[in-house]
Write a protein that binds this ligand. Structure first.
Ligand code: PEP
Ligand code: MG
Length: 555
């Protein structure tokens, strides 16, 4: 008998395949027995730590991105931390066996990091992966790790950390299913970049066992256990369509009746911009944080100019929407002291950092203007986390003063969305950041998987706010794009166009399906879908009613 488990649709597509589970760490060590030979026990612990440290160093060298390499190197360093070792050997001297001593020392190290908060606090979770591995080595238990298989499989896990994804081989991983995580979580982002389906926040994922066969439906957010023939035939039909759509979808974004919807890419550096240039009409979100984070001082104007020029040049004469620094709160800057905050997501982040250091924004705008002058790209500039028309006007004034003629704001704060008509009079464009807009309108932390149903972009409150912003933009005669993850949902993209959104920007892997989805529907169809989403009583009904009325097997 087949059975459906529901979760949250995090990356589109549908596949069938056998499950391989991530081996979960040993958590129950049982009561400790008193150690007689503390010296020998300490030696065993030290050898296990050294093994694990070496393994993380090796993985850092072979990592598939600098970001992951940095995380793995940091984990290797943590495994060799002398203070941590003092605590472990102290606990062994007290008579604790090595596994218990290791688990206790790592747990208190983790608490200490969590109390620091911010980026350091976020890294505290990485200690679990190191601790679990050392404990497993000591117990001779299976190591909490990704499965090793050369046969294609569906990966099922409680959650995936960046360090886990360093080992993922896109050639054999068919889909991702996790119990934790939300639509903007690391798992979702990785799945979309691999172009494989993902279902996250699947609360019953624990019940799926290794080796059983499942269907993962990343469009509907469903995992089917023991799929029957009808399910498998449906998978085949949709998979065929998706493969064809991915292969054949090229060119500008437009509906079947030629209503143009430029399809743009979200990028964070020149390498991503070069890759995105192959299949997009421009860049709709250039995140500039990479230049500013993890350094001890502000990058010089010249250094910024060089970095921006390389991104702009990748796009030739196309449009690039650059977002000014979105730091603060969970992305602290060593050289920008904002003090401690009780609610970082509601604190001094995005444009608000310019209240503390207006010079940093000014330098960035000078650099953007210089880079724009030196290249042929059509450069637009926008600020993140803007709350009022006055803030918007001030930012636009500063950008215009530098000669940047197209200056706008991201709409991520509900207060700004509700006043869109007034704001539209003082800016050149809007770009809706639905990741943060959903977080703030539902008062739900976007990093907490258990809240992903509230964060869903199909929630009526989100759809209605987008309608308000589109209305405001129309009155003000300015364009309005969407650059949050919701733009890459091929069903929701139709709703967005129907609501009056003029451009869609997303991770490049999402472009082909969104393009195919638009081409299969008319502008009138899109307006009809927008109405369905606007009148639904909840997110599930909104999605289902739109899915029922599409002409292609994407819903
Ligand atoms: C958003 O909030 O939707 C967005 C695109 O910005 P980020 O995800 O970088 O916060
Ligand atoms: Mg945002």
């Amino acid at each position: 008998m087949s059975e459906e488990l529901s979760g949250v649709a995090a990356a589109p597509g549908v596949v069938a395949g056998p499950v391989r589970r991530v081996v979960e760490p040993v958590t129950d060590l049982g009561p400790p027995t008193r150690v007689e030979d503390a010296k020998a026990e300490a030696e065993t612990a030290r050898a296990a730590l050294a093994d694990v440290q070496m393994l993380f160093e090796k993985r850092a060298t072979g990592a598939n991105s600098q970001e992951v390499a940095d995380i793995l190197s940091a984990q290797a360093m943590m495994a060799g931390d002398p203070v941590l070792w003092d605590n472990i050997s102290g606990a062994i001297d007290e008579g604790l066996p090595a596994p218990h001593a290791v688990a206790r020392a790592f747990a208190s190290f983790k608490t200490a990091l969590e109390q620091v908060g911010g980026y350091v606090g976020d890294r505290a979770g990485d200690l679990d992966a190191i601790s679990a591995r050392v404990v497993a080595v000591l117990l001779g238990a299976p190591v909490a790790d990704l499965p090793v298989s050369s046969e294609p499989y569906v990966l099922v896990a409680r959650d995936l950390a960046p360090a886990d994804t360093a080992q993922l081989n896109p050639a054999v991983v068919l889909a991702l299913v996790t119990r934790e995580g939300g639509p903007t979580s690391h798992t979702a982002i990785i799945a979309r970049s691999f172009g494989i389906p993902a279902v996250v926040a699947c609360s019953r994922a624990e019940e799926i066992s290794d080796g059983e066969s499942v269907v993962v439906d990343g469009d509907r957010g469903i995992v089917v256990r023991s799929p029957d023939d009808a399910h498998l035939a449906e998978v085949e039909r949709r998979a065929e369509w998706l493969t064809r759509a991915r292969r054949e979808s090229h060119g500008p974004g437009r509906t079947s009746d030629s209503h143009g919807v430029p399809l743009l890419a979200n990028v964070g550096n020149a390498a991503e911009a070069e890759a995105a240039a192959k299949d997009s009409e421009g860049i709709g979100l250039f995140r500039t944080e990479f230049l500013f984070l993890d350094r001890s001082e502000e990058p010089s104007i010249n250094e910024q100019v060089e970095a921006y020029v390389s991104v702009f040049n990748a796009l030739g004469e196309r449009k690039v929407v650059l977002r000014t620094l979105d730091a603060g709160a969970d992305k602290p800057l060593k050289w920008l002291d904002l003090g401690g905050e009780m609610n970082p997501a509601l604190g001094v982040r995005g444009l608000r950092t310019a209240r503390v250091r207006p010079d940093v924004l000014e330098h960035q705008l000078i650099a953007v203007a210089r880079a724009a002058k030196a290249t042929a790209a059509k450069v637009w500039v926008m600020a993140p986390m803007v709350s009022t028309a006055a803030e918007a006007a001030e930012f636009v004034g500063l950008a215009h003063d530098q000669g940047l003629t197209r200056a706008g704001v991201m709409v991520e704060v509900p207060a700004l969305a509700l006043c869109a008509g007034d704001v539209a009079r003082v800016v050149d464009f809007f770009s809706i950041g639905t990741n943060d807009l959903s977080q703030y309108v539902s008062a739900s932390d976007r990093t907490i998987g258990a809240l992903s149903d509230l964060l869903d972009h199909w929630q009526p409150a989100v759809v209605r706010l987008i309608r308000e912003v589109a209305k405001g933009a129309r009155v003000g005669g300015i364009p309005v794009g969407v650059c949050g993850e919701s733009a890459s949902d091929p069903l929701f993209a139709l709703v967005l166009v129907g609501l009056g959104i003029s451009t869609l920007s997303m991770a490049p892997a999402g472009l082909p399906l969104v393009r195919a989805s638009l081409r299969a529907h008319s502008f009138e169809d899109c307006k009809r879908m927008a109405k369905l989403a606007l009148t639904a009583s909840d997110a599930v009904e909104a999605r289902a009613s739109v899915a029922e009325s599409v002409h292609i097997p994407i819903g």
